[in-house]
Design a binder for this molecule. Structure first.
Ligand SMILES: [Zn+2]
Length: 311
């Protein structure tokens, strides 16, 4: 039996192993009026069974709903198996399409374009290596027949609690954190993690290819305003220093932006981080990061110019 513990009355943290760069994901089980699972682990053998066993142990006969913090394979991958057992599946409105197009492979064409145009990856083999990695990941998720969309700031019942969906874009466009206002508990997904800053996503916004990093910085501001007393991340252990960690994460991002060299391509910047080695999995993350630094850097220099013009 995997590690499970009660982190608040009738809320349980279950550590589910992953076969990804992250060794575990925390899924949260809410027991009570509305039996709820937050995040699911991947669509890989054993994961669904492990969570089912935990539910049984907690005396939960029927899971009413699955809430995903975002669409990534470790968070929503196994959702369709719970859907088959009659649970409703809910995800942030802006992650709905991202998940669907990834699960069906539709987004792969646009990924090739972005890799060439935005990141300036010259070699077809490098892009194909990343697409292969993507293809492997695609098998760790599956699109359920029915998925409901969570609106920004919508309140959801989970167990005996009320959770407010807080839009926290950055890691994905539709990422949601969930806030329990009575006890000031924050379920932060991947937007606030104790030991790392999750890489920023990339998506299309108003027709423009957009890095998630500028939004990620704003999301940290949003979280800080909640004044949560505790946060429960998707990776790592529960923490009490929510606002401190928001500030630390922001400082870490801005420090990297400062070191960013705008004279080289995103691809070259990522290679420099890899010291020339191009492992497709690591490269994928690094490209997202460098692209994020580039866009934040552009925004910062634009605002400096405006200040100078007005001054
Ligand atoms: Zn994650």
């Amino acid at each position: 039996m995997p590690e499970m513990r009660e982190i608040a009355p009738n809320i349980y943290q279950l550590k589910v192993p992953l076969k990804l760069s992250e060794p575990f994901i925390n899924v949260y089980i809410f027991r009570g009026e509305t039996p709820t699972l937050m995040d699911t682990g991947t669509n890989t053998p054993g994961v669904f069974e492990m969570i089912q066993t935990a539910l049984q142990r907690l005396g939960i006969k029927r899971l009413e709903q699955v809430i995903a913090t975002h669409w990534h394979v470790d968070h929503a991958g196994a959702a369709h198996q719970f859907a088959k057992k009659g649970a409703r599946i809910l995800i942030g409105a802006k992650d709905y399409g991202e998940w669907k197009t990834f699960a069906t492979g539709e987004s792969f064409g646009i990924f090739r374009e972005w890799a060439r145009d935005e990141w300036e990856i010259p070699d077809g083999l490098v892009i194909e290596g990343m697409v292969k990695t993507y293809e492997k990941l695609r098998h760790m998720t599956s699109w359920p027949d029915q998925v409901e969309q969570i609106a920004p700031f919508q309140t959801l019942h989970a167990g005996n609690y009320a959770l407010k969906a807080i839009p926290t874009p950055g890691h994905t466009m539709g990422h949601l954190a969930f806030f329990e206002e009575q006890q000031k508990m924050l379920f932060s997904g991947d937007i606030l993690l104790p030991d790392q800053v999750a890489y920023p996503g990339i998506w299309l916004e108003e027709g423009k290819v957009t890095s998630g990093l500028p939004s990620q910085l704003k999301s940290l501001d949003t979280l800080e305003k909640l004044n949560a007393l505790q946060y429960f991340p998707a990776h790592g252990e529960p923490q009490v220093n929510t606002n401190e960690r928001c500030q630390e994460s922001r400082a870490q991002i801005l420090h990297q932006v400062q070191k960013y060299d705008p004279h080289i391509s995103v691809y070259e910047g990522a290679l420099r981080l890899r010291q020339g080695k191009a492992n497709p999995v690591a490269l994928f993350t690094q490209l997202h990061q460098v692209y994020g630094w580039k866009q934040v850097n552009e925004q910062l220099s634009k605002s400096v110019n405006i200040l100078e013009e007005n001054g």
